[in-house]
Design a protein around this ligand. Structure first.
Ligand code: FES
Length: 753
């Protein structure tokens, strides 16, 4: 062990003196020794993401690259020292007010980089702001609001008046988020930030081959290493070793005698006293493999004789749409166009890596604190894995550093639960993927191969569509079963097709598993269709917008799916509305092309789409509203907030239904021991479905409150008003809500429903 080094420096304006291993980084010392967890880590300490940015003598540095010895005698400023909750720095204030904080994982580093910029350049241009922040990645915001916020903070620091932030108290306003203050001050505790006494660390033994039979696992070399306490394999799973329900054929840990289907397949969990010890243990576990033939190409995987990824063949699912006689329509089309497209895997790359904290709570319940989009579903998989009743497990969703569909995969929570189940001495366990593991083992967007043949009349009327889609679902299902439907629905788009011959397959390969990602199954087909329409417009000599307008569906169109939308479609109106901007963009591009010599040419593109918003099928959403005994109003739901703002939305909607300011409502969101199951959170459904349940629950609570108060005051409920903390009768008679709650309790009226 390296001799500790005494390092003295100034941290957030206070002197600090610590004895540390000089090989450690400033990031690790801040987070682990000094509990300043506002400084984040997102890229395996490679200086790539900027989440660990701090100021060193006023200069923005990546603390993951700074050896602790280099800070001796210097000034370190972290987000916790920039401003306080009571007195925010103008940058923190502006990030809140300008909506520059979503998941917030990037916010501390981003704000500190901006602070360094504004210290040397008080009046930066937007380009200079963008340049100063180019080392800080954000996966949520698209950066525009961040640049807006830095501009606004710069103005405030120069003493210039700021336009007020817009918004109102309840629905319909542009509200500051309920969690933004915690996120800009570094107070928000993500899964990796939560400390527990006696914490163990888990690392995962993974396959290095894309397809192999697992012949043996030898944990002995790992168990001989200092600090390694336990190696957990499939043989240690007390219940069902399967992700069935979310993903067919996918075990949590590959069993001996079974197959490994992709690089990164999990074989064992190693528990150790430190993260480094766990990783060393995982590297020491010896695996014996028998390599199997590999198939990487989804089209080849459908050929007879292709290596089988799973028993039963490589086609996971297929879907077909037939309408009219497409072949005949294509044969008589005035213009027939054939096009082929291929899209690639796409990684979510949420800035927070997959991380969970798992422990047995005081009641003996296996509890996992970790980001997930359907905590109740993950809860069910965990109980089944451990062979426990539902009451034996619990999922708590902490603040999440992004999800984008990737946190629908229950694997990290299930692995955390198994680790806690076996942890020696009932000690808590943290399991955190490295960024490399996240790239290897998390689900990706499905790559598609698309083959289009389309026919149109000279006037631009679409006549026939032939479409074949092969979607690569990789080694596992991960909800890829449904992708073939999504591929075809998006593949025809919001256009009138009188004849269609469309078929899609989801196919297993030995590639990384594909799963949910924003717009599940839609963007790939959408890209190909819209490019095909542009090519068709060129062939027809027709304006691309005119071609789309000519074929756009309306409310009463019988879709190529065989039914009328019977909704306000609005696609035609959208196209008409954007026309002036589209024409202007075309003119601008043409102007530049005529003026500017050199290799660059400019253009303006146009694309439309429709999306299967909300998920089909019988998925219900439950939410509750409660009048607490202290008079507070609490809304309970399971619509976890991974940066999209659901907690804020639910508070807004509940407040609107109650007729109270938003600050009067608190939200408990995504804790399976406290909140009802609000169903799947994806497909842009949370606001409408869960929000609908929240609105109804809050409206029912309002009626209960006013009804009870009316009895107590001997008043007509219609004449009562619900105000912050009280029901108010004519003449300003105030009945505190706490008294209403006590009365409801006394008479046996449910305070939560
Ligand atoms: Fe920037 Fe999520 S808000 S990464």
């Amino acid at each position: 062990m390296t001799q500790p080094l005494r390092v003295a420096f100034t941290l957030n304006s206070r002197p600090v003196e610590i004895d540390v291993d000089p090989g450690r980084t400033l990031l690790d010392v801040l987070r682990e020794d000094l509990d300043l967890t506002g400084t984040k880590q997102g890229c395996d300490r490679e200086g790539e993401c900027g989440a660990c940015t701090v100021l060193l003598d006023g200069e923005a540095v990546r603390s993951c690259l700074v050896p602790i010895g280099r800070v001796a005698g210097r000034q370190v400023l972290t987000i916790e020292g920039l401003g306080s909750r009571e007195k925010l720095h103008p940058l923190q204030q502006a990030f809140i007010e300008r909506g520059a904080v979503q998941c917030g994982f990037c916010a501390p580093g981003m704000i500190l980089s901006a602070a360094a910029l504004l210290a040397r350049r008080p009046n930066p241009t937007r380009e200079e702001i963008a340049e100063a922040l180019e080392g800080n990645l954000c996966r949520c915001t698209g950066y525009t609001r961040i640049v807006d916020a830095v501009e606004a903070a710069a103005a405030a620091l120069r003493g210039e008046p700021l336009p007020p932030a817009d918004g109102r108290d309840a629905a319909g306003g542009s509200q500051v988020r309920v969690d933004a203050l915690d996120k800009v001050t570094g107070a928000a505790r993500y899964a990796e930030d939560i400390k527990m006494a006696g914490l163990l660390h888990a690392a995962i033994v993974r396959s290095t081959l894309p397809h192999a039979r697992l012949l043996a696992i030898d944990p002995a070399p790992a168990l001989g290493l200092p600090g390694v306490l336990r190696v957990i394999t499939a043989a240690d799973v007390p219940g069902l070793n399967s992700l069935e329900g979310y993903s067919r054929h996918e075990p949590l840990l590959a069993p001996v005698g079974g197959s490994l289907h992709m690089v990164g397949d999990a074989v064992a969990l190693v528990l150790a006293e430190s993260p480094a010890g766990a990783r060393a243990g995982a590297a020491a576990v010896e695996l014996a493999y028998e390599p199997l033939p590999v198939v990487r190409d989804p089209v080849a995987a459908m050929e007879p004789g292709a290596p089988n990824v799973h028993e039963g063949g490589n086609v996971l699912s297929e879907y077909d749409i037939q309408l009219g006689d497409a072949e005949a329509a294509l044969a008589r089309g005035d213009v027939v166009l054939e096009a082929r497209y291929a899209t690639g895997f796409l990684e979510h790359a949420a800035l927070e890596r997959e991380t969970v904290l798992a422990y047995r709570d005081a009641e003996g319940r296996i509890t996992v604190v970790g980001g997930h989009q359907e905590p109740h579903w993950a809860h069910g998989y965990m109980a089944r894995l451990l062979g426990l009743p539902s009451e034996g497990v619990r999922v708590i969703t902490p603040p999440m550093g992004g999800a984008f569909g990737g946190k629908q995969d229950p694997w990290p929570l299930m692995a955390g639960a198994l680790a806690a189940y076996h942890a020696p001495g009932g000690r808590p366990v943290r399991l955190a993927f490295t960024r490399r593991e996240s790239f290897d083992a998390s689900p990706k967007r499905h790559p598609y191969r698309l083959h289009y043949r389309v026919a149109a009349a000279h006037d631009g009327s679409l006549q026939g569509l032939f479409l074949r889609v092969v979607a690569d679902t990789g080694a596992y299902d991960a909800d890829g079963y449904y992708i073939s439907q999504y591929a075809l629905v998006a593949g025809g788009g919001p256009y009138r097709w009188p004849a269609v011959d469309a078929h899609a397959w989801a196919v297993y390969t030995n590639n990384p598993k594909a799963g949910q990602m924003r717009g599940f199954g839609t963007p790939q087909s959408n890209l190909a269709l819209e490019c095909t329409l542009d090519e068709l417009a060129t062939r027809l000599g027709m304006d691309p917008l005119a071609l789309r307008l000519h074929n756009a569906i309306d409310d009463d169109t019988v879709l190529f799916l065989g039914y009328r939308p019977a909704e306000t479609v609005g696609y035609r109106q959208c196209l008409e509305a954007i026309e002036p901007w589209y024409r202007e963009a075309l003119a601008r591009a043409a102007g530049r092309n005529s003026r500017e010599a050199g290799p660059w040419r400019f253009g303006a593109g146009l694309a439309g789409m429709w999306y299967r918003f909300g998920k089909p099928g019988p998925i219900s959403s439950e939410a509750h509203a409660e009048l607490a005994l202290d008079g507070g109003v609490i809304c309970y739901c399971s619509a976890p907030d991974y940066g999209q703002g659901t907690t804020t939305v639910m508070a807004q909607l509940a407040a609107e239904a109650l007729g109270l300011p938003r600050d009067c409502v608190s939200v408990v969101n995504g804790d399976t021991a406290r909140t009802p199951d609000s169903g799947i959170q994806g497909a842009s459904r949370s606001t409408y479905w869960v929000g609908g349940a929240v609105t109804r629950a809050a409206a029912a609570l309002r009626e209960q409150i006013l009804g009870t108060a009316a009895e107590m005051l001997n008043q007509d409920p219609e004449r009562l008003e619900l105000r912050p903390g009280a029901v108010v009768a004519p003449g300003e008679d105030r009945l505190p809500l706490a008294e209403v709650a006590v009365e409801m309790e006394r008479i046996g009226l449910a305070r939560r429903g």
